[in-house]
Design a protein around this ligand. Structure first.
Ligand code: 9GP
Length: 813
């Protein structure tokens, strides 16, 4: 947009006065931030209104991305960049004696997600807007985001994440678009002429109120909507009569029992908590979201039969799978369609992404619970199941009871949400090539055999503008000065950087930018953790959820090994290294929490041991989220992507680190395989078992952890140190970790992969000694990272799954 510094200053001073009734120099950073937010929101508002009215009047097909999680992080810097006014605002504020960084610092991360899945959803929204796809997000406005992680005495301790405490300047509450969601009750049937009608009676009604956040596209006038639903008591009142009788608490009971539905995001990305509340949440946003899609759709007046021509609904993992029976319910009970008509529309509209093969994360709900909470929805699921079984027998000629039971939706008293999602949608995609192959050939093979045309791959992507423009301005400037700014819209042109791989002065600049980012992070570590690290050391990072399959313990065991070597020979000639960890554990995942404690305990010993001459440091940065990632990733030399082959569906951190010039230390798992294909084997450090070897061990059962332990003195020494070593903890503290490795036979092959990991780390140390060789590898990673932009991923979803066209918008601000 066009804005001069003088115009900005005038608008801003007026805004500050109207929103705070104070002089600018008397305002707090929060007030300044809020005033700026209000102003930016007004600029965006014009574009937003134009986008919505164009979609409506031109009757374009729209995609609704349903997700339990949206990890959007902060909006201000992005919005300023996307409007093209960041520099103007920065200079305007400076002339008012305000540092823009102080304002940006005040914003809190919108942390409505656990990790990869939620961040992916946020990146997809950004990409849809930025490449002009009419697409919106639908989710839950949790009052408390993912917990705040603090480290106390080395342990993870969880605190509530009250992100709304200072209000959220970006959202609009839309009372007039509220809808009713119905729970419990029972279904009555009656004949209406020829038609059997179903009616839910005596239900509990909850008011779902949407809060809309504008999702701005990059310099293209598009503003889509993230609609998050909040639960309210139907009239938002308390029981006055009860209150008057002095029953203060019980008067508010009903109100609280409703509001609790959107109170908290489950801090869990790998397990089905089995909680009724979570099921309520899932139906809540799905039912509200689908009702509101109908309300919007009906304004187009094109007839209900054409619904699938104008609406695509994507379910992000199985959490929104109840969209299938809910859409059926509305089409059958409210729009009075036949089952066949309704089913056709439903399967044409719905598509599903699978994000994991971890068995414990594949959602199942007890049938009795579902029936009690959602009686009509359960009837519809049972009918879907009945018809599906009939098809299996009559169309696909499957009669073997074991085969049939492997495919049922309802089995052993449980409802399998992945099966419902597959049967009720026209597309099922995995999130990296390898992951999709595993789904097709193994985990979901029985379904692939009957529906091969439904299965496809859509490798994940990241918000490349965020990870460069916002997170790494130094690198962004160097790229822009060298190859121009085309990469912002078309990140594949980053490949042009490859021309500079032998240009020493370019490599010097690149090295210098990385060094500056490391200096900044070193300062951050010193300020926050009190640990001094050497910015000339190799910064080796593992930042992601803590999980045994992600193998943070392989990393820390190797650190313990390096420490042993240095203790034996303090003059050992190795480049100094800083190992940085960050990530949250699910609160109930005991072993993962012990891994955090182990990292911190090892760190407390190593960081204070003068005898090793600062050659080794270990840092655990608490409360990993989008903002912390944005500080860390630009400073990384090495990106640890070391999951057990087959277990990480894709990973997206791997792509962010690569884009910022880190060299990946990787197993051939998830999207690491595609990263290797992009950069070439000479620019990635590979190690470890391959998928086939992992499956071979699982199938043949001949893995023997004790044997490896007994035959590898280095490994044995560090595992023994877990229990009998120098760590200042009670002797049994880390026995649970040691037990998982030995007594329970090392499910994730830490022991088997230790030696090749150690050698890979040695290679890294070797290469790093040659500054130019290292910088060349780093350059190759940046140059080849453009392929992993979410812009391209969304392009592929739009053309091959959703069949949604771009809508270019012309509007002058
Ligand atoms: O574990 C996967 C991760 O590999 C992937 O990158 C991410 C986004 O597709 O999804 C994660 N899965 C979940 O968070 C839970 O299914």
């Amino acid at each position: 947009m066009k804005l001069t510094i003088a115009e900005f200053k005038q608008d801003y001073i007026a805004q500050i006065k109207s929103s705070t009734a104070r002089q600018i120099n008397e305002t707090t950073a929060l007030e300044r931030y809020t005033a700026l937010g209000e102003m930016v929101k007004e600029y965006i508002g014009n574009l937003w209104a134009n986008t919505n009215s164009t979609y409506r009047t031109e009757q374009v097909k729209q995609i609704y991305y349903f997700s339990m999680e949206f990890l959007t992080g902060k909006f201000m810097e992005n919005n300023l960049n996307y409007l093209g006014i960041y520099e103007i605002v920065k200079d305007g504020l400076r002339s008012l004696d305000i540092d823009i960084d102080d304002i940006l610092e005040v914003e809190v991360d919108q942390g409505l997600g656990n990790g990869g899945l939620g961040r992916l959803a946020a990146g997809f929204l950004d990409a849809m807007s930025s490449i002009s796809i009419p697409g919106h997000g639908c989710g839950i406005r949790y009052k408390n985001g993912l917990f705040e992680q603090r480290i106390i005495d080395g342990y993870q301790v969880e605190f509530p994440d009250r992100w709304l405490v200072n209000n959220n300047v970006w959202e609009y509450k839309r009372n007039n678009k509220a809808v009713i969601v119905k729970y419990n009750g029972h279904v009555e049937t009656h004949m209406d002429g020829e038609r059997l009608k179903f009616e839910l009676v005596n239900y509990d009604a909850v008011r779902a109120v949407p809060y809309d956040t504008p999702i701005l596209g990059f310099e293209n006038n598009t503003v889509n909507t993230l609609r998050l639903w909040s639960a309210e008591e139907i009239d938002d009142i308390f029981d006055f009569e009860n209150f008057s009788k002095g029953n203060y608490l019980s008067a508010f009971e009903k109100k609280h029992s409703v509001e609790i539905i959107t109170q908290i995001l489950y801090p869990n990305d790998a397990y089905d908590e089995g909680k009724l509340l979570r099921l309520k949440q899932e139906y809540f946003f799905v039912s509200a979201g689908i009702q509101s899609i109908f309300n919007t759709y009906k304004k187009m007046n094109v007839g209900i039969n054409r619904f699938a021509e104008f609406v695509a609904i994507h379910i992000n993992d199985t959490h929104p799978a109840l969209a299938i029976p809910e859409l059926m319910r509305i089409l059958l009970d409210e729009e009075e369609m036949t089952w066949e008509e309704a089913w056709k529309i439903t399967t044409q509209c719905i598509s599903y992404t699978n994000h994991t093969i971890m068995a414990e994360a594949l959602e199942k709900w007890p049938l009795y619970m579902l029936r009690d909470l959602l009686p009509r929805i359960t009837m519809i699921i049972e009918e879907i199941e009945r018809r599906f079984t009939e098809d299996l027998i009559n169309v696909y000629h499957i009669t073997d009871p074991n085969h049939l039971s492997a495919m049922h939706i309802i089995y052993d008293g449980m409802v399998r949400m992945a099966h419902l999602s597959i049967i009720g949608s026209h597309s099922i995609n995995g999130v990296a090539k390898l992951h999709t192959e595993i789904l097709k050939n193994k985990e979901l093979k029985v379904f692939y055999d009957i529906y091969p045309e439904r299965f496809n791959n859509k490798t994940n992507g990241i918000m490349h503008r965020h990870w460069l423009l916002n997170a790494n301005p130094g690198l962004t400037k160097l790229i822009g000065d060298t190859i121009g700014d085309g990469f912002k819209k078309n990140p594949r042109v980053l490949r042009d950087l490859l021309k500079y791989r032998d240009d020493k002065s370019f490599l010097d600049d690149l090295f210098e930018i990385k060094h500056q980012n490391k200096e900044n992070l070193a300062k951050y570590i010193k300020d926050k953790q009190g640990i001094v690290v050497d910015p000339y050391a190799i910064f080796d990072m593992q930042a992601k959820r803590i999980h045994e399959y992600k193998r943070q313990h392989l990393n820390i065991l190797h650190v313990m090994h390096l420490y042993r070597q240095l203790k034996e020979n303090p003059n050992l000639d190795i480049p100094p290294r800083v190992f940085v960890f960050a990530g949250k554990s699910a609160p109930s995942y005991y072993v993962a929490k012990q891994i955090i404690k182990l990292i911190n305990t090892v760190g407390s010993v190593i960081n204070n041991d003068k005898s090793i001459k600062d050659k080794l440091k270990v840092v655990f940065l608490p409360n990993y989220g989008v903002s912390l990632a944005s500080h860390m990733i630009p400073a990384a030399d090495v990106s640890e992507q070391i999951s057990t082959a087959s277990k990480e569906a894709s990973g997206t951190g791997n792509m962010k680190f690569m884009m910022n010039g880190a060299v990946t230390l990787a197993t051939l798992d998830g999207a690491n395989v595609e990263i290797m294909n992009e950069v070439g084997e000479s620019n990635i450090i590979l190690f470890g078992l391959k998928v086939e070897e992992v499956y071979d061990y699982y199938q043949n059962g001949h893995y023997n952890a004790y044997e490896i332990y007994n035959n590898s003195p280095d490994l044995k020494a560090v595992i023994d140190e877990l229990v009998n070593g120098y760590l200042p903890v009670p002797k049994d503290e880390f026995i649970p970790i040691a037990d998982r490795l030995l007594r329970f036979n090392d499910e994730f092959f830490i022991l088997k992969d230790f030696e090749s990991y150690r050698l890979a780390q040695e290679r890294i140390a070797e290469i790093y000694r040659d500054k130019y060789q290292w910088s060349k590898m780093s350059l190759a990673n940046i140059a080849c990272s453009g392929a992993f932009s979410a812009d391209y991923t969304i392009e592929r979803y739009a053309t091959s799954i959703w069949n949604v066209q771009k809508k270019l918008l012309d509007f002058k601000l």
